[in-house]
Design a protein around this ligand. Structure first.
Ligand code: FAD
Length: 405
């Protein structure tokens, strides 16, 4: 068992941290505040560092290190979140890496050739399109349909609360892995997961105004007789639900990595501030009401860090050595990360805001944007809090704990 990063992994992390502190951190507030989204030079810079290609095999222009890509993706997202507390850049990257790795694993040769090289250069954004207005948690109940006709799939329906709408329709290009019904009578066994270009004919985008994570848009898509080639299907027709869940396992570890990065930064800010802020004749750090709270946050964060590392390693093992872990082992470990990380990060940011006092309530401080950005992962993005509890209960207690059976 090895708990250290390899020297290559350490070098990658250090290089990215230096880049992010210099190029990203000073612009994070501007990225969060403006509608233009993440500037091109940030995405290009990340592509040049090899970050956008972590999930892309070399033959498609990527920098994938087989057997290590999930650890490296976790490290990258954690480092970016330290520099951009709004979560915009880390989430942009984690969506491309997480869902891009699913294309690398399950895409047809045509789909891989279409998407992967452009993901590695940052030209394309790739997201996930599952949620519908009827309830994002109840994935098996989606209504969007896909009908096979003349060798194509014809989609009709509507998706909402989707990340990356402006990025794929205006700012850059790309699309979303989209879940729809191809056998309406077969429940979750009749769903297909396929790439839908955001600019395909018959796709109409809509945009929402979010309270946080301002550099990455959220919106939706209406599909009216959208025709996509069958080669855009991931895996097989009617097996899409399982691939969607597989993708969530990867993406959710990356979500936890984003939360970990933001929490680390906020806790370091707390540590530094309470040593120098003098009140009642001594630094705030001398008051146990504060130092003990910071100690507790540090202890909880250390546990999250270790569990997340283990889970990221587990994801790599799952693919590198098939059979080493089951998909259910993975769901259990991943949902613990996705359950704990957003709440812990949010609590650490809130504590940091309290130590910083009124200053933290101004836009001069980056803590407010972390507070708003992290909430996205508590209310629902990549699966709400209670859905993680449902998965953990299902895996730990057993089928008796599944309410819909
Ligand atoms: C910023 C942001 C970005 C997003 N990006 C994407 C995206 O890119 N692609 C995408 O497909 N979706 C995206 N989503 C949507 C996200 O997946 C959904 O918010 C999530 O699945 C929850 O769905 P919902 O919001 O419809 O809430 P609902 O499903 O209506 O759930 C409401 C509440 O009920 C709880 N709940 C649900 N079922 C149970 C149960 N059985 N027992 C107890 N409690 C339960 C939930 O945890 C939640 O708190 C995004 C959301 C946000 C906020």
């Amino acid at each position: 068992m090895e708990f250290r990063f390899s020297s290559e992994q350490e070098l990658f992390r250090r290089t990215l941290r230096e880049w992010a502190e210099k190029e990203l951190a000073p612009r994070a507030a501007e990225i969060d505040a403006k509608e233009e989204g993440i500037p091109d030079d940030i995405i290009t810079g990340l592509a040049e560092l090899g970050v956008m290609g972590i999930g892309v095999p070399e033959e498609y222009g990527g920098s994938m290190v087989p057997g290590q890509q999930h650890i490296l993706a976790n490290l990258a997202v954690q480092e970016l979140a330290r520099a951009d507390l709004s979560m915009s850049v880390p989430v942009y990257v984690l969506l491309c890496l997480g869902w891009g790795s699913l294309v690398s694993l399950h895409g047809s040769p045509e789909l891989k050739a279409l998407i992967l090289p452009k993901l590695a250069t940052g030209e394309y954004f790739l997201g996930i399109c599952t949620t519908e207005a009827g309830g994002g948690s109840d994935v098996a109940n989606i209504k969007t349909t896909g009908r096979v006709q003349d060798g194509k799939l014809i989609l009709n329906g509507e998706k909402v609360y989707i990340s990356g709408v402006r990025e794929t329709t205006e700012q850059r290009d790309g699309g979303h892995l989209t879940l729809f019904r191809t056998d309406p009578e077969a429940g979750h066994r009749g769903m297909t997961f396929a790439y839908v270009p955001a600019r395909a004919e018959g796709v109409s985008p809509l945009l929402f105004e979010d309270i946080g994570r301002g550099g990455l848009s959220t919106g939706g898509f209406r599909y009216k007789d959208v025709a996509i080639p069958q080669s855009y299907v991931l895996g097989e027709l009617n097996k899409g639900f399982y691939l969607n869940m597989e993708g969530f396992n990867v993406a959710r570890t990356l979500v936890a990595a984003a939360c970990l990065g933001a929490a680390e930064k906020a806790l370091e800010m707390s540590r530094d501030y309470v040593k120098q802020r003098v009140l009642f004749g001594r630094p705030l750090a001398k008051f146990e009401g504060i130092s003990f709270e910071i100690a507790q946050d540090e202890a909880d964060l250390a546990q999250l860090r270790m569990w997340l590392r283990y889970t990221a390693w587990m994801v790599d093992q799952f693919y590198a050595e098939p059979g080493s872990f089951s998909a259910r082992d993975l769901s259990h470990a991943v949902s613990i990360c996705k359950l704990e990380a957003p709440h812990l990060a949010h609590r650490i940011v809130m504590h940091s805001m309290m130590y910083h006092g009124a200053f933290s309530y101004t836009r001069e401080s980056p803590l407010g944007m972390a507070y708003r950005g992290l909430m996205s992962y508590i209310v629902g993005a990549e699966g709400g809090t209670n859905i993680q509890k449902l998965i953990i209960a299902r895996e730990f207690i057993g089928p008796e704990a599944v309410p819909y059976r």
